[in-house]
Ligand binder design. Structure first.
Ligand code: IMP
Ligand code: MG
Length: 180
């Protein structure tokens, strides 16, 4: 696996530090009403981020999973997004925080946010670990961002290429010759 990574963009130590800071920002935002919080991670890319983040927030919360495909497969280009598994729990009047691994074109998050808004949550916020600047529409509001990164295809810490590399501990740039 190491041979496929051109360089490390974010080390596992820097990830751990920033995830803890994000958890503190999030906990402060929901202080006073944490019992109503529902975290909605977008599968599969956000699983490792989810696991690390919520263990830094030791108050009562619910976790409701949603799976979305961005049709990437063996390519790195987004061709839209489709909900594979809708949210299975009731979020009416609850405070919802959507978690995703990375904001690129915004197709995934726009679809998720539109769908969740229709379920009348008390509030709806979005947290992404990574954001590629300038591609997502300005109308897509993101409340918490771990790192702004350059426009390169990255893997590791949950992010995949063709379902591989999710278990790489840092965020790495995939060698250019490995993808279409
Ligand atoms: P968007 O819909 O274009 O915003 O892309 C969001 C989804 O595409 C993410 O949840 C990832 O699953 C995937 N994605 C986008 N950029 C990357 C990348 O650089 N590496 C791995 N996955 C990515
Ligand atoms: Mg993916």
């Amino acid at each position: 696996m190491r041979d496929d990574i051109e360089r490390t963009l974010i080390s596992s130590e820097d990830l751990a530090r920033r995830v803890r800071e994000l958890a503190d920002e999030i906990a402060a935002t929901y202080a006073g009403r944490p019992d109503g919080l529902v975290i909605v991670p977008i599968l599969s890319g956000s699983v490792i981020f989810l696991a690390d983040l919520i263990r830094c927030m030791p108050f009562k919360m619910r976790v409701g999973l949603m799976a979305v495909s961005s049709y990437r497969g063996a390519t790195t280009q987004s061709r839209g997004a489709r909900v594979l598994q809708p949210l299975g729990i009731d979020i009416t009047d609850r405070h919802v925080l959507v978690l995703d691994d990375i904001l690129d074109t915004g197709n995934t998050l726009r679809l998720v946010v539109d769908q969740l808004k229709r379920q009348n949550p008390a509030s709806l916020r979005v947290c992404v670990l990574l954001r590629k600047p300038n591609k997502a529409p300005k109308s897509l509001q993101v409340d918490f961002v771990g790192f702004d990164i350059e426009d390169v295809f990255v893997v590791g810490y949950g992010l995949d290429y063709n379902d591989l590399y999710r278990n790489w501990p840092g965020i790495g740039v995939l060698k250019r010759e490995l993808y279409a």
